[in-house]
Write a protein that binds this ligand. Structure first.
Ligand code: 9MR
Length: 381
């Protein structure tokens, strides 16, 4: 995914133009109609009180900057905080890209979700396995490395990051336990196999100590966020255990990559089943956000109007978020259809272009855009 680097001058230019509307102009703006027609998601975020976010790439290209300014009030770093991106060898940390992203989000007054401190599955530190294999006490070494990452990275951005995805995808890819062995679809959860479930509590406690004001989230990939689904229930049980042990967890992210139409449909939750699930998490004392929403269009090709069908999926998720008071934000995994992880990911590249987002390749709003607006507007301040 090589993309041209944006010059600092361009960054500065867009930074200047990104200042929020003056109060007088904002006051003149008419409230959005219930249908969301004609409204930007920035307006919808203001009226609903629900953060509307998007993932941004490491480069934050000029196009991304325009799209973000026009449509979102929150951003998630798609890759910039991941261990693999920040640390190519043990003991080395490269802050340059992450620093740039953090500074940019601050100037633009965008809520920043830092994603993620610990993720065993794909973008873990490439040297970690060998480092632990060579250690006389692998558990002690892993604790030390995790503590060092938290102290140095969370400490550096203390007060500048609104939300930390402390742990990403701790549960097994399928089923209700943890990944305890390498398989063709996922490596084992090296944090769990080395330290047990306590790695989660430990990471949250250390992160809280390094930045007491940031909200701390656990982010998980659910195939169907519904009470009764084994993985969803396992997540509820995990959060209940963490809360009982007074672990400082503030929220849960539900990724919601909707891949309807695959042999095993991903994220088929209805508005009602998703709302009930978000409510159940809320009752445990955590906030909930939809963190990585996208909907693959080719999988809806058999529908009479695939774009309308895609919009309906977006609407279900947005409505569920609006209807549950525990839900504080909805983030889409990118802006334009022309730049989505799905088009280069091995399991989904065959159907490229997947056109899974809210803006088409030219930046025009798709039906899904207004569907998200209408869904979120079910909650008004
Ligand atoms: O969008 C991310 C892409 O650029 C990376 O190449 C990919 C590597 O797996 O990760 C993507 O984001 C993932 C996110 O960090 C966690 N949830 C699943 C997302 C898609 O894999």
């Amino acid at each position: 995914m090589a993309r041209p680097k944006t010059s600092l001058a361009v960054v500065a230019l867009f930074a200047l133009s990104a200042v929020a509307l003056p109060a007088s102009a904002a006051a003149k703006q008419k409230p959005c109609p219930r249908s969301g027609a004609g409204c930007t998601l920035v307006q919808v975020a203001a009226e609903s009180g629900i953060f509307v976010g998007t993932a941004v790439s490491n480069e934050i290209t000029a196009t991304e900057q325009v799209d973000v300014a026009a449509n979102f009030n929150a951003v998630t770093s798609e890759n910039a905080f991941k261990w693999s991106e920040m640390s190519k060898s043990a003991g080395a940390i490269d802050f340059a890209t992450t620093d740039r992203l953090v500074a940019w989000a601050r100037v633009r007054k965008l809520r920043l979700r830092a994603h993620t401190l610990f993720w065993h599955r794909i973008q873990n530190a490439p040297w970690l396995k060998a480092e632990l294999a060579a250690a006389t006490d692998p558990a002690a070494r892993l604790r030390e490395l995790m503590a060092e990452r938290i102290t140095k990275v969370v400490g550096r951005y203390r007060g500048k990051v609104a939300i930390w995805d402390v742990i990403n995808e701790p549960l097994a890819l399928f089923g209700a336990g943890y990944d305890t062995a390498d398989t063709p679809v996922t490596p084992k959860n090296i944090f769990f196999t080395t330290l047990g479930e306590g790695y989660i509590a430990d990471a949250f406690r250390r992160t809280r100590a390094a930045d007491p004001k940031a909200k701390l989230f656990l982010n998980e990939l659910l195939w169907d966020a519904r009470i009764g689904d084994p993985k969803s229930d396992a997540l509820l049980a995990l959060v209940a255990r963490l809360k009982k042990a007074r672990v400082p967890i503030d929220g849960v992210g539900i990724q919601a990559h909707a891949m309807l139409g695959t042999a095993s449909p991903w994220f088929p939750s209805t508005t009602a089943s998703l709302k009930r699930y978000i409510d159940a998490l809320g009752k445990l004392g955590v906030k909930v956000e939809i963190t990585e929403l996208d909907v693959r269009l080719p999988l809806l090709a058999d529908q009479p109007n695939p774009l309308a069908a895609q919009a309906a999926v977006y609407r279900r998720v947005a409505s569920a978020c609006a209807q549950s008071h525990a839900c504080t934000g909805l983030t889409v995994w990118g802006q334009r259809d022309s730049h989505s992880w799905l088009d280069s990911y091995s399991l989904t590249s065959a159907t490229a272009p997947n056109n899974p987002l809210l803006l088409d390749a030219s930046g025009k709003r798709k039906l899904a855009y207004q569907a998200v607006a209408a869904g979120l507007l079910e909650r008004r301040r």
